[in-house]
Unconditional design. Structure first.
Length: 203
């Protein structure tokens, strides 16, 4: 039995943080509690609990579910429990695509390798994978997020740098949009935490 953390107490505390950040109507549903517990255990680096859930602490998180189920909000709330070495930056895939239009292929390098050498490699959460479109830079079409994911996979293998993703897409839809190679890389570098497709829109 895991005695290191009191999860009902931590989730109640996180819910209060959510109310403060998002308003009094914010709350965790009973249906969502297992997934929130999994996320919390992961970002607390709780080896006992993550082992029970078959979550690999060296990998990142792929949080999937229907529109409005609270994926982005939950990842944002995880900043309150994330251990220092696992801190991450949230960036929407749509914004990255718009940056690509303005700045070109340097954007792929920026998010593939992290930031400057002074701060080392960054852990990122790329939010809303699949909402961006294939974009052109000086007439050259590029699947920006596919290129970034391939590079982030190499970085994970070489340096254990973590990447997290949120998406509304199913595994088969990811393969359709990005190809089998990307789906395979995601499987190798991420733990899947999925909300039921019938989860209610909380917006």
């Amino acid at each position: 039995m895991n005695l290191q953390y009191n999860y009902p107490e931590i989730l109640a505390w996180l819910e209060q943080k959510g109310k403060r950040d998002y308003g009094d109507k914010f709350h965790f549903t009973e249906q969502d509690t297992p997934n929130i517990t999994k996320l919390t255990a992961y970002f607390l680096n709780d080896e006992v609990m993550t082992k029970q859930y078959d979550i690999d602490l060296t990998k990142g998180i792929l949080l999937s579910g229907p529109v409005g189920c609270g994926k982005t909000t939950l990842m944002t709330l995880m900043k309150y429990v994330t251990k220092q070495g696992n801190k991450f930056y949230i960036k929407t895939c749509r914004d990255i695509s718009f940056e690509f239009i303005k700045e070109g292929y340097e954007i792929i390098h920026r998010y593939s390798r992290g930031s400057s050498s002074q701060t080392g490699y960054r852990n990122y959460c790329f939010d809303d994978l699949g909402i961006e479109q294939n974009l052109k830079y000086y007439g050259n079409e590029c699947n920006v997020m596919a290129e970034i994911i391939l590079s982030r996979y190499d970085l994970f293998i070489a340096k254990k740098v973590q990447t997290h993703l949120t998406t509304n897409l199913s595994a088969s839809e990811i393969e359709l949009a990005y190809g089998n190679r990307i789906r395979s890389r995601l499987r190798g570098m991420l733990n899947l935490i999925a909300f039921d497709k019938n989860t209610a829109d909380k917006r």
